[in-house]
Design a protein around this ligand. Sequence first.
Ligand SMILES: *Cc1c(COP(=O)(O)O)cnc(C)c1O
Length: 404
Amino acid sequence: MNARDPYGTGTAPGFSTVAVHAGEPRHKAANALTTPIVQTATYTFADTQELRDHFEHRIEREEYGRYGNPTQRTAEQKLAVLEGAEDCVLMASGMAAVTTTLFAMLSRGAHVVVTNDSYRRTRQFLTQTLHRYGIECSTVPAGDYEAIAEAIRPNTRILISESPTNPYNRILDLERFADIGRRHRVKTVIDATFATPYNQQPLAWGVDLVLHSATKFLGGHNDIMAGAVLGSADLVDGIRAFHGVTGAVLDPFAAYLLIRGLKTLALRIERQNANAQAIAEFLEGHSKVQRVHYAGLPSHPEHAIARRQMRGFGGVVSFEVEGDLDAAIRVVDACRIPRIAPSLGGIESLIEQPALMSFYELTTEERLMVGIKDNLIRYAVGIEDAADLIADLAQALDLREQHP
Ligand SMILES: *Cc1c(COP(=O)(O)O)cnc(C)c1O
């Protein structure tokens, strides 16, 4: 079968055709249409000869649940095709994917460069946990390519960043980032959770590895935890082998739900892109909103880069309201449709104040040091109707005026 034209239609299939069908054998166990949940911890061998054939790689089969599961394999193959990656390994959470990847690729004496607007737990793992194992980390401002290049040392092994970033939706020029890595022979890693392969494909711009918290848009229904690592067969192989040791495996049922979520990825992301754009434009025009951080707005400092490398700008809108922590609290509490919760990317809209949800234990001054403003609100847009979400935001912002 020709990978570029698997259905013999004369053209490469579109994203949704791939999302629905890729990675799944046409004929499945029991003639099922959907991929079965293979709920097993271990796999049997007919005899010792089969065991030998397995260990000497003469046959392809499963061995034990920590090394893989057929439902997980199907989800991995589907996501690999969507991301344009040679291979994919799925894990129990996004942080399992981040930590296992970094542990697998680094050893004592190595050095990593990370950008400052990166997921808090990733930075914490780099600067605190890995530090205890003799691995050093330099943090540089997101969007400062000279600072990234200057931070590279002879022992630097990884440049890691995100695009778009959390919570400010900063956009990294992926081609430029990948180029810095290649010139210095350092591997580049992008956490692309906020974009998904529908909006952006970092591997196509030369990045070495893509990470996702599949808990977010890829699963898409706020009902599973999962993480993904995608890249060349060579790189992913090493990480998969290490993952067989650390063992944060994806449950087969979660793998099934991920497959189910991936099939509607394009539909959901198109809707979330459109909803987020409408909300961002509404907020930008509102007198009680000081600033909106969304790459789909021409006022966004990296709008041009985003337009070049993204199909859409994603489903997260961050904005600063006029006033302090309490002013933002009043807006969050007055919203009636989005629920107050961490996370993003699901069909339900969620709202939160990063200052409280992710940085609760810090003082206002400490939060400002890491760039988190008290009046910042992060709106993770779901698939509800944009008109309803906007009407709800309008009443929440207006309510503030009545109770200053
Ligand atoms: C949520 C998130 C993670 C962590 O993923 P979990 O599935 O919660 O472990 C990592 N990176 C980004 C950008 C995220 O949003």
